[in-house]
Design a protein around this ligand. Structure first.
Ligand code: NAP
Length: 492
């Protein structure tokens, strides 16, 4: 079942990318229970698919298949694994429009952004296809003359990847790319909101030629049951998770049972600081790009803006003008720039944050109203203070709260006053300040005169309660490898 209006660009109802079964050991399967769950388009409320709803026994079969596939897959040469990844990369780009359309339909993100996500997501597969050939070890100068000391790096084993709805495609490739490059089979557990993109990507992985059992996707609405199995089954050696901090903590506790290795990409609370010496127009452009991506629903979205007293009025005026001009509507209309929120829970959170801020003295400068369905007006809030929930919790919506500051020391203290540490941004033309502030901010990533920092060539990840581990870059492979030390004795 798929509801496609004649206006649906890039996708036909009988596209082979439109899949509703899970993929285990090289076969498309229903749940053993035959249960399904529905997927809804957040822009229209229409049900667009019924997808296999797997349970614990199904997932156990996927783990077993991956475990069996592991030895032969890790024994492929690096060049052979690289070629498989390269095939997948090419296929993803060839199906860019279909993937982008599917993503827009299930997560609401506008087409310009989903097209960008296809390219961004594919870039991790290209990057790790290249990195697969560079998994080098070391030779260590020995402590005695009759020994030779060598370090090799080997595939960690079966990897479970649990991913969120806000990047239905790229959060899969950031995990599967390095795992597959390193020689590890993967079990992807996509979110129940956006399983269709994951299944389309799985179809392309099948076409790319990964052997049965090497790439598995388990769709489910029973996240707790499946999560427990993926954490506690001793055949899973690594869990890579992107999602909320609360779920990340739970999964880490569950993984403690077998000391399963974990990488966690969790929530953020990004500050965006505009100093009095900043290029204000550039700061407005950066704030718009970061705050309103995916209607404010990304982990690196600006969560709170701090603007120096001397440039506050100018920044607020220019930023408000830019926000007022944003076009809101169904993302399949490529003239729209802001889509809906993902679900009622997301919408309620935005409303709650706004009500709390208004009750504590904030004022609405732009927007502030819920629209039809899950849409919300892009909003600018001024006179914001640190007592408001909106500055302490992830907003995950199109509301930009702005506060004033007067000194560098004060704003660094405000910016760091959070348990999160994912991304931070600031604008200044003073090079000394740029170094000082960048070093003082307790975050894994800092944008300096830049609002968009994500790329496959740089390490993505957070500190504090924003997680552990890094994705992409030369560092990203390390989390899917074990280091083995070989000590050759008796050398004469
Ligand atoms: P979430 O509720 O934690 O869900 C993320 C994934 O975990 C989904 O697949 C979800 O499945 C699954 N899940 C939920 N509870 C589970 C459990 N008990 N056991 C196993 N799996 C479970 O997060 P979300 O609200 O969808 O995603 C938004 C969050 O992700 C935000 O906090 C955002 O900042 C964060 N995020 C972080 C990054 C990063 O790189 N740091 C990137 C993107 C998003 P269901 O969909 O079936 O519930």
């Amino acid at each position: 079942m798929m509801n496609l209006s004649p206006a649906t660009p890039g996708l036909t109802a009988n596209s082979p990318l439109f899949r509703t079964k899970s993929f285990i050991n090289g076969a498309w399967v229903d749940a053993l229970s035959a249960e399904t769950f529905t997927v809804t388009n957040p822009a229209t409320g229409e049900v667009i698919a019924s997808v296999a709803d797997l349970g614990q026994a199904d997932v156990r079969a996927a783990i077993e298949a991956a475990h069996v596939a592991w030895p032969a897959y890790r024994d492929l040469t690096a060049k052979e694994r690289s070629a498989l990844l390269r095939n997948w990369f090419t296929l993803i780009l060839e199906h860019k429009e279909e993937l982008a359309t599917l993503m827009t339909m299930e997560c609401g993100k506008v087409l310009t952004e989903t097209r960008g996500e296809v390219a961004y997501g594919a870039s991790f597969i290209e990057w790790f296809a290249e990195e697969a050939k560079r998994i080098y070890g070391d030779v260590i100068p020995a402590n005695t003359n009759d020994k030779r000391l060598v370090v090799i790096k080997q595939s960690i084993g079966v990897v479970a990847a649990i991913t969120p709805w806000n990047f239905p495609l790229a959060m899969i490739t950031r995990k599967a790319g390095p795992a597959l490059a390193a020689g590890s089979p993967v079990i992807v557990k996509p979110p129940s909101e956006t399983p269709l993109t994951a299944l389309a990507m799985t179809y392309l992985a099948e076409k790319a030629g990964f052997p049965p059992g090497v790439f598995n996707t388990v769709t489910t609405s029973k996240n707790a049951e499946i999560g427990l199995e993926l954490c506690e089954n001793s055949k899973v050696r690594k869990l890579s998770f992107t999602g909320s901090t609360a779920t990340g903590k739970l999964l880490m506790r569950q993984c403690a049972a077998n000391l399963t290795k974990v990488s966690l990409e969790l929530g953020g609370n990004a500050p965006f600081i505009v100093f009095d010496d900043a290029d204000i127009d550039a700061a407005v452009t950066g704030a718009m790009a970061s705050k309103f991506r995916n209607s404010g629903q990304t982990c690196v979205c600006v969560n709170r803006l701090y603007v120096h007293d001397a440039v506050y009025d100018e920044f607020v005026r220019k930023f408000s003008d830019a926000v007022t001009a944003l076009r809101v509507g169904n993302g399949l209309d490529s003239t729209n720039q802001q889509g809906p929120l993902i679900n009622e829970k997301g919408l309620s959170k935005v409303k709650h944050h706004l009500e709390d801020a208004l009750a504590k003295g904030a004022r609405i400068r732009v927007g502030g109203q819920a629209l039809d369905g899950l849409f919300f007006q892009p909003t600018v809030l001024i006179d914001v203070t640190d007592e408001m929930i909106i500055t302490r919790e992830e907003v995950f919506g199109p509301v930009a709260p702005i506060a004033r500051f007067t000194s560098e020391a004060e704003v660094i203290q405000l910016a760091n006053n959070t348990p999160y540490g994912l991304a931070a941004y600031f604008y200044s033309k003073d090079v000394s300040r740029c170094w000082r502030v960048a070093e003082a901010l307790e975050y894994g990533m800092v944008g300096i005169n830049e609002g968009l920092v994500s790329t496959e060539v740089a390490p993505f990840g957070g500190i504090k309660e924003s997680g552990m581990g890094r994705e992409g870059s030369k560092y990203g492979m390390d989390y899917y490898l074990e280091i083995k030390y070989l000590c050759f004795g008796g050398i004469s």
